[in-house]
Design a protein around this ligand. Structure first.
Ligand SMILES: Cc1cc2nc3c(=O)[nH]c(=O)nc-3n(C[C@H](O)[C@H](O)[C@H](O)COP(=O)(O)O)c2cc1C
Length: 241
């Protein structure tokens, strides 16, 4: 591997006296949402908090869990996890803001899920429609083993009830911030991951984040090209063993 990480850090610094160099012309922004209009939709129940555990306790109890019971996650819990990690929580005018902060409120991260064991939802790969809080079916079937292989053979992806797969649509942020966008995109993904972990903790569920990914294998699972859109982060959630 080259020292591209060091170069990236150096080349994307902001300098007080050179800010105009980095100024970008605001082109028309890419759409805020990815949509699969022809996909079969799976309705989700409203994201009502199914737990009254305090934030203090949720934070205190959070830890990475890598072993899961072979029991289904309820649709209610699943719905809540999706909303808590990246759903819409308010509008300012007509602009939608989400449960997580995002640089420039551009929300470059898309959420996909490999469903292994969720009550009433067929095994398969789905895209989460943030706008309508429903799932868009990409393909049905057992993709748990493929997810495990793509995560450097981490079996927890096949055992967990659901695998979250987060992609970045780089241009959504890059059109405003140029190469510095990459800093923000990874920070955004971190916020989503932690919201998911705390929501899971508050429901007594197990969760573990995954950064060890064979990128192209993960990209194939969610049918993205790895250039315009690429998998950058994953997580598993299930009933703790
Ligand atoms: C960016 C990131 C990537 C991670 N990747 C993996 C992973 O691939 N496999 C794994 O088992 N745990 C992974 N973890 C979980 C860490 O190992 C775990 O958070 C750390 O050991 C601290 O333990 P705790 O989460 O129980 O507090 C990852 C965590 C983060 C934040």
């Amino acid at each position: 591997m080259s020292d591209s990480g060091d170069n990236f850090q150096a080349e994307t610094k902001y300098h007080r006296d050179r800010m105009s160099e980095g100024k970008r012309k605001w082109s028309s922004p890419p759409p805020l949402y990815k949509e699969y209009p022809d996909s079969e939709k799976v309705k989700l129940p409203p994201a009502i908090p199914p737990s009254d555990m305090s934030l203090y306790e949720s934070i205190k109890k959070r830890k990475s869990i890598r072993s899961f019971k072979d029991e289904p996650l309820s649709r209610e819990y699943f719905s809540y996890l999706l909303w808590a990690s990246t759903g819409i929580c308010r509008f300012q005018g007509s602009y939608p803001y989400r449960t997580v902060p995002s640089a420039g409120a551009l929300y470059p991260i898309e959420t996909y899920v490999v469903v292994n064991n969720v009550g009433g939802i067929a095994e398969g790969v789905y895209h989460y429609s943030v706008k309508s809080h429903e799932l868009e079916t990409l393909k049905t079937g057992d993709f748990g083993a493929s997810a495990a292989r793509a995560a450097l053979d981490q079996e927890m992806c096949a055992e967990a009830a659901v695998v979250f797969i987060w992609t970045a649509m780089f241009e959504r942020s890059r059109h405003k911030y140029g190469q510095r966008a990459y800093r923000y995109i990874y920070l955004d993904a971190g916020h989503i991951g932690e919201n998911l972990a705390l929501a899971a903790s508050s429901l007594g569920l197990g969760c573990c984040h995954i950064g060890a990914i064979y990128d192209d294998e993960a990209n194939n699972i969610v049918n993205v090209d790895g250039t315009e859109e690429s998998v950058i982060y994953m997580a598993v959630v299930g009933l703790a063993d």
